[in-house]
Design a protein around this ligand. Structure first.
Ligand code: M6R
Length: 353
């Protein structure tokens, strides 16, 4: 039930703060110790020499963020693969691979095909799914819940942030983030709420940057490049504005030739190491007439930025950085008079290959 909301998507965007708290409550006890991840899961992963995250669409984008946690905190080399590609062109595997399937529905045919293949080869697999008791949770050796609650809108929002959060928790169970993850997640929940409270800002940004536009770009570096992919998918799949998300350093290798007067270029700027370079790229597209819209974290923000993101640990910033993009996609679609929850040609759960 959407209650007072005009669309499920907006309700689900708003639920993200509650979901973050629910996940923290499920996976941490009152003393801040991790719980809810069976030793069999962590022991089996510790025996592996490499993780292979396999997923599609938004879940694949969540995997790109998770890779950072598994590598940086758990020190396990991690590859992220698009399920439909992996299924028919399996890359060379390490000696002791461990598979992680990420899926909101647990029914995505492309991911199921890969799970079938890797099971036949005898490799262990864990599914992180929002719908438990789905094919992918039943058929993997292990399953952990993502706890986003029912997601009805075709455009995935809270399942993405929940998948990122659960991967962070799993990586913390396998290694050491070097900070108090439980405390930081409490902060993340507060700041998600702070951003979703600013809907008017994003409504205005969507109107001014995207009105009458047929194409747009999202750029970022590092984790922000991964969020840019998700941000672009969100905008294109429901508003039909052709949107490309990519690593900002690639602009000069081709895409900058597409910039014209008024082209909307959204920049996500939350990673300190590359903030200076990204500022340079924003200036370059602005000099060619782009309408630049910068979403920057507090300590990196400058005058003229469209929205200042509250700050949490830099590796958790993707959870906050995606929310403006979700809201911009929502309002741009609303402005076009389209059905936000049910974009043309798409199904919520893609059960065919
Ligand atoms: O249920 P899954 O997470 O396996 O679905 C994967 C994709 O089909 C899904 O994330 C899709 O890309 C979303 N509609 C994007 O918003």
């Amino acid at each position: 039930d959407k209650g007072a909301y005009p669309y499920y998507m907006l309700k689900e965007i708003d639920e993200q703060a509650v979901v973050a708290r629910k996940i923290a409550g499920h996976y941490f006890d009152e003393d801040g110790n991790l719980q809810g991840i069976p030793c069999a899961v962590t022991d089996t992963i510790q025996e592996a020499d490499r993780l292979y995250i396999v997923a599609a669409g938004t879940s694949y984008h969540a995997g790109l963020i998770g890779k950072r946690y598994f590598e940086q905190w758990a020190k396990i080399p991690t590859e992220v693969h698009i399920a439909s590609e992996f299924a028919y062109d399996q890359p060379m595997l390490s000696e002791k691979p461990f598979f992680i399937f990420l899926s909101q529905s647990g029914e995505t045919a492309d991911s199921r095909e890969v799970l079938d293949n890797v099971k036949k080869q005898g490799y262990p697999a864990l599914t992180l799914a929002n719908v438990m008791n789905s094919t992918l949770t039943r058929e993997a050796d292990f399953a952990l819940p993502v706890l986003a609650g029912p997601e009805i809108a075709v455009a995935s929002t809270k399942a993405y942030t929940a998948q990122v959060l659960v991967q962070a928790i799993l990586a913390a169970a396998l290694g050491n983030p070097g900070f108090d993850l439980k405390a930081e997640l409490a902060k993340v929940a507060v700041e998600i709420q702070a951003i979703t409270d600013e809907k008017e800002s994003f409504k205005k940004i969507a109107e001014s940057a995207l009105k009458d536009q047929q194409s747009a770009f999202y750029i970022g570096r590092g984790l922000d490049a991964a969020v840019a992919l998700e941000a672009a998918l969100k905008l294109k799949e429901i508003s039909y504005v052709q949107t490309e998300g990519f690593a900002a350093g690639e602009l000069k290798h081709g895409t900058i030739s597409l910039i014209e007067e008024g082209t909307p270029v959204f920049a996500l700027l939350t990673q300190k190491k590359t903030a200076g370079l990204l500022r340079g790229e924003v200036a370059q597209v602005a000099a060619r007439g782009a309408n630049t819209v910068v979403f920057a974290s507090e300590s990196l923000a400058q005058d003229g930025d469209a929205f200042v993101l509250p700050e949490v640990n830099e590796l958790l910033m993707p959870i906050l950085a995606v929310i403006p993009a979700q809201l911009v996609a929502y309002y741009a679609t609303l402005d076009r008079g389209l059905d936000v929850d049910r974009p043309r040609n798409l199904a919520k759960s893609v059960t065919v290959q």
